[in-house]
Design a protein around this ligand. Structure first.
Ligand SMILES: *[C@@H]1O[C@H](CO)[C@@H](O)[C@H](O)[C@H]1NC(C)=O
Ligand SMILES: *[C@@H]1O[C@H](CO)[C@@H](O)[C@H](O)[C@H]1NC(C)=O
Ligand SMILES: *[C@@H]1O[C@H](CO)[C@@H](O)[C@H](O)[C@H]1NC(C)=O
Ligand SMILES: *[C@@H]1O[C@H](CO)[C@@H](O)[C@H](O)[C@H]1NC(C)=O
Ligand SMILES: *[C@@H]1O[C@H](CO)[C@@H](O)[C@H](O)[C@H]1NC(C)=O
Ligand SMILES: *[C@@H]1O[C@H](CO)[C@@H](O)[C@H](O)[C@H]1NC(C)=O
Ligand SMILES: *[C@@H]1O[C@H](CO)[C@@H](O)[C@H](O)[C@H]1NC(C)=O
Length: 507
């Protein structure tokens, strides 16, 4: 009986999880019109941003596409943290950015800034950028899950530098792609190299070749180990390769139609950083028709000199068929990652290598506290310069929203707001009653603003030990919660008007 159910489940699972939806956005950051590029991608005029200004690169003729020539940047007047927030169905997404400077501001200072996706730090740009990056810009990409119906891509200024972005692409991909059922949905896969061996760069933004996920593929040539680079021979075929463009990864046929071989050991060096785990994918197809039985081409794959697998492509899948292997490297330090193909019989052959850092999702702010903080942002009319965008507390290695202090919750699973200091910020709004959701708030200081309205009844959780609302224009009674709490009114009267309510630590 249970076996019967199991087989039904196995039959149903693939279709239940199949890649049905195809939500995508291609945003021309800084662009004012919709446009279609030579590869037939339609770019939307800039939208979904929280702030910032637009500009144009200094040498527009140096760039191929209109969407690469315009950019959005976030000066400090827009706040230290700004985001693109895109409404989307929950699912797995491929996210790609084009980062460009090209001296757009005439200051000859490429900026330092960080980028997060869904509250997790993914890219760090540090001044001065390498010359080619500063001038040509660069594409960066990753795979991430969206679980809250919006993709948050946020930018954080380092040392007052304005973050900048040229384009933003986001495409829904198969939720089961890249081993997510094994790895789980709590990791972001950040691209540290996606190589197509024996070919030029291709894919969206580089050629008309398509890739269902929008992945672009780099030439492997600059990753060949200098000591071994003379040994590489490229070759290609126009024959059809079977087993390509299939769920869940939809690896394109073109990837397997080119390859490199060499007499002797083939070696690659991939740049890595941070102490992370890396997910490697190796792609093979036997495209030499003279290799027509097993045992004619056999080689070992070594990662950092550790033997990972013995490969006989023909024995696995025959010829003109795609064969992929994956391998996870644990706790890699910032030495280059080496991949060696060591021949046993014949010459080694490889079509592609992908290398992804497995970046664990950072903890984020408890969802109800995010709701409260967004409501407060609206009701208090918090000015743009304070950068109240994206997650109030995450990523943990950035400062929280200006004037906000966070802590991790008791069970360590979320971040919570413990302190809000917005004294003398020229605030003109009122206090949203959603503030009652901030159940870990220890201290609130809204003194010396022009806030109006009544004090919400939810103000004054047990956690609150310091409250300063002096020098505002509040009206109405003091809520029961406050009056009965351990807090003590210092300058206020427990009556209708509380022109100078100043409640200080009483415990
Ligand atoms: C596709 O979208 C529909 C409606 O938005 C949703 O109900 C369904 O769960 C989605 N499927 C996948 C695989 O994301
Ligand atoms: C661009 O296209 C989008 C969606 O098709 C549309 O909503 C928007 O108004 C267009 N923008 C401009 C500037 O034409
Ligand atoms: C470009 O896209 C449009 C619709 O999006 C399609 O009708 C057209 O055939 C495409 N052209 C090429 C050259 O792919
Ligand atoms: C891509 O294909 C379209 C339609 O066939 C063609 O007009 C365009 O020039 C091609 N672009 C490139 C860069 O090859
Ligand atoms: C490398 O590992 C494979 C199994 O993954 C094994 O078959 C092969 O013999 C090993 N090679 C060497 C040189 O030990
Ligand atoms: C990686 O490092 C962590 C902490 O340093 C350790 O707990 C873990 O066992 C290591 N994993 C492997 C596979 O070496
Ligand atoms: C509240 O902030 C103001 C500065 O805006 C400061 O002078 C005051 O001492 C603070 N109140 C408390 C209770 O710390």
């Amino acid at each position: 009986m249970s076996l019967f159910f199991l087989s039904i489940l196995l039959l149903l699972l693939p279709s239940a999880f199949s890649f049905l939806n195809d939500t995508s956005y291609f945003i021309d950051c800084g662009g004012s019109t919709n446009s279609t590029d030579p590869f037939n991608t339609t770019w939307l005029s800039d939208r979904f941003f929280t702030g910032g200004l637009t500009s144009v690169v200094s040498e527009p003729l140096h760039f191929h596409f209109p969407q690469e020539k315009t950019l959005r940047f976030f000066p400090l007047s827009s706040g230290k943290k700004n985001c693109y927030i895109l409404p989307l169905p929950n699912g797995r997404y491929y996210i790609r950015t084009f980062t460009v400077y090209d001296n757009y501001d005439g200051k000859s200072h490429s900026p330092s800034f960080d980028v997060s996706v869904e509250g997790t730090l993914v890219f760090s740009w540090r001044s001065p950028w390498p010359e080619s990056l500063a001038r040509d810009g660069a594409y960066s990409d990753l795979f991430a899950f969206v679980k809250d119906r919006e993709a948050d891509i946020c930018f954080y200024s380092i040392a007052t530098d304005p973050p900048a972005i040229g384009t933003l692409e986001i495409r829904q991909v198969d939720p089961l792609s890249y081993e997510s059922s094994k790895i789980g949905d709590n990791f972001i896969l950040v691209n540290y190299g996606r190589l197509s061996c024996g070919s030029d760069q291709w894919g969206p933004g580089f050629s008309n070749d398509t890739d269902k996920f929008g992945r672009s593929w780099q030439s492997d040539s600059e990753f060949r180990s200098p000591t071994a680079s003379s040994k590489f021979n490229s070759f290609s075929t126009l024959e059809k390769i079977t087993g390509t463009d299939q769920a869940p990864n939809y690896f394109p046929m073109k990837l397997y139609q080119t390859a490199v071989t060499g007499n002797g050991i083939l070696e690659y060096e991939l740049a890595v950083d941070a102490k992370l785990d890396y997910l490697l994918w190796f792609h093979f197809a036997e495209i030499d028709s003279t290799i027509n039985k097993k045992g004619k081409r056999v080689f070992d794959v070594l990662v950092n000199d550790e033997n990972v697998s013995r490969v006989d492509i023909y024995a696995q899948v025959g010829s003109f068929a795609a064969y992929s292997l994956q391998y996870t490297v644990h706790n890699l330090s910032n030495t280059p990652l080496t991949v060696k193909l060591v021949p046993l019989v014949g010459a080694p052959l490889i079509s592609g290598i992908e290398n992804y850092a497995l970046v664990p999702n950072d903890i984020s702010t408890a969802p109800e506290q995010v709701v409260a903080m967004r409501a407060l942002k609206e009701s208090l009319l918090v000015p743009d310069r304070m950068g109240w965008n994206g997650d109030p507390c995450a990523p943990t290695n950035w400062d929280a929203w200006e004037g906000v202090t966070c802590h991790s919750s008791k069970d360590g699973t979320a971040l919570v707001i413990s302190q809000i200091d917005l004294g003398s910020q020229g605030l003109k709004g009122y206090i949203s009653d959603q503030i009652s959701l901030l159940s870990n708030l220890v201290s609130l200081n809204l003194s010396s603003n022009s806030l109006v309205g009544t004090l919400p009844s939810g103000l004054g959780h047990k956690s609150l030990v310091s409250l300063d609302l002096s020098n505002n224009q509040f009206s109405g009674p003091i809520p029961e919660s406050l009056a009965s709490s351990s807090l003590q009114l210092v300058n206020g009267r427990k009556e209708k008007q509380i022109p100078e309510a100043e409640v200080l630590d009483a415990s």
